[in-house]
Design a protein around this ligand. Structure first.
Ligand code: ADP
Length: 475
């Protein structure tokens, strides 16, 4: 594709050159000759009319003699580089500036016909065979007493016109060659502005097609081609980023599946070969149960995330009472809370508060946040779930006074599989997917979530929800 595009352009350029040459060499000579002949004929005709009205009329009225008229017309003919003749209507030559006066010899132009110029006022031929070569001839009648006495005929050699035409033509050819050379600038522009960047883009596309998504290239122009190159670069970097994320994601999943499987296998081997005595089996079966629970949780979270990604925007939005959901979610943690002696305090605005969202998904958000708050809380501490209304939004805060999140981890906690070092000891079953799910759900609702946390003091997660219009109806 690369070679042919350039060749096509060069070919088009030369075809343009050849056609221009043909047009100039075919049309320009005929048009120029025609124009020059017409202009010359106009000049000669007005001169002939002038002679017919003056010298020739005087001659026919015998006001002057032939010799004097001949002298005057000879001078005029020399000046005009033409031949002036006075001819009788019968074709007899009365005077010819190209020949001396000879009264004895009667020269007759055979077949002379004064209407030869009818339609236009000139002819270009050898004038009734009286010339060997082609001449331009104009005729003006000499009238006296309303009678045509004769004609003034002026002949001009066509080779003179041809010579002027040729000199004009050579100017046209030179101009054409200069224009052709100047139009090379277009070829240079095409090469620099289109062909070279296009080659870069094509090469980059080949690199991307072969899987080298990290290939970078530069096209320094601000036109459409520069924009195309920029878009292509951006697209490749996005794909490369997505590929890297994918690889990291798969590596993390593999790692998180492998560790429980290795420990399950280890314990089972030890139980079978007797390293763990049968009286200890109960204890280790409990550990195995925990590990399988962790695997189940991991698989469920992955499935939830996958569904969120593929059907991200498919929300089943309804108006529902959020206080009831908060209470029921908190209640589902009763058992865990009792074990840790943790209490959950609910500070809710109004008895009933309606929001518009996907109920199931918001329940999941609350569940994940409460789960984390309890997991990372100290023994016998209090977790506060508080709601507040601002404009047409409901803000829900889940606040604990647990281990907190280190400042440098605050941005990372939303990433898939992220678990901070501090939390690892406290939470062996964590998958690092809980907050990613929370974020995805709130993003698809076009809502926001924020975290305020101090290491060692506790964390507060606050997210927004859209209030339902049902609240106003209830008021
Ligand atoms: P996990 O399922 O492992 O809890 P999350 O995505 O829910 O994964 O949380 C990611 C990390 O964020 C946790 O491992 C923990 O380090 C930190 N984190 C989340 N919530 C809290 C909290 N309330 N207090 C302290 N750390 C938290």
């Amino acid at each position: 594709m690369r070679k042919t595009l350039y060749l096509k352009f060069v070919l088009a350029y030369f075809i343009f050159g050849v056609f221009s040459f043909i047009v100039v060499s075919v049309f320009v000579p005929s048009m120029t000759t025609e124009r020059l002949v017409r202009e010359k004929a106009e000049d000669l005709y007005s001169e002939a009319v002038l002679i017919a009205d003056t010298y020739a009329t005087e001659l026919y009225n015998s006001e002057t003699d032939l010799e004097t008229v001949k002298r005057q017309l000879d001078a005029l003919a020399l000046y005009m580089k033409a031949i002036i003749r006075i001819v009788n209507p019968s074709g007899r030559l009365v005077l010819d500036t190209d020949a001396p006066i000879n009264v004895e010899e009667v020269v007759i132009i055979k077949d002379f016909d004064p209407t030869v110029t009818s339609g236009s006022y000139y002819v270009t031929d050898n004038f009734f065979d009286s010339f060997d070569s082609e001449v331009l001839s104009v005729l003006a009648p000499i009238t006296s007493n309303y009678m045509v006495k004769g004609y003034v005929v002026i002949h001009y050699n066509m080779s003179n016109i041809q010579a002027s035409c040729n000199s004009l033509l050579s100017v046209s050819y030179i101009t054409m060659v200069v224009l052709f050379l100047l139009s090379l600038i277009i070829l240079i522009f095409f090469t620099e502005l289109v062909y070279v960047p296009l080659r870069k883009i094509t090469y980059a596309t080949e690199q991307y097609a072969s899987g080298n998504m990290h290939y970078e290239f530069q096209v320094d122009s601000e036109d459409e081609i520069g924009y195309l190159a920029g878009c292509l670069n951006y697209m490749a970097s996005q794909i490369a980023g997505a590929e890297d994320d994918q690889k990291k994601f798969v590596a993390n999943i593999s790692h998180d599946f492998r560790s429980p499987l290795t420990s399950i296998r280890g314990y089972l081997d030890a139980m079978m070969d007797g390293t763990i005595p049968p009286e200890m089996h109960d204890k280790y079966l409990n550990i195995l149960l925990n590990e399988t629970e962790r695997l189940t949780k991991l698989t469920n979270s992955l499935l939830t995330l996958n569904n969120l990604n593929t059907k991200g925007m498919l929300l089943d939005r309804t108006d529902f009472e959020i206080n009831r959901i908060i209470r029921s979610t908190a209640a589902s943690f009763e058992g865990t809370c009792r074990q840790k002696a943790v209490s959950v305090e609910l500070i809710l605005t109004d008895d009933e508060m309606y929001v518009n969202a996907d109920m199931g998904k918001i329940q999941r958000v609350l569940y994940n946040l409460l789960d984390n708050a309890i997991k990372f809380s100290h023994h016998s501490s209090v977790i506060k779930v508080e709601t507040s209304v601002k404009k047409n939004k409901l803000f829900i805060s889940v606040k604990d006074s647990g281990i907190g999140i280190p400042k440098e981890d605050l941005k990372l906690i939303w990433d898939r599989f992220y678990k901070s070092d501090v939390s690892r000891g406290k939470d062996k079953k964590g998958t690092g997917l809980g907050l990613s799910i929370v974020k995805e759900i709130l993003n698809s609702h076009e809502e926001h979530i924020n975290v305020i946390s101090t290491e060692g003091a506790g964390s507060e997660f606050i997210f927004s929800l859209s209030l339902s219009e049902r609240n106003e109806e209830n008021d």
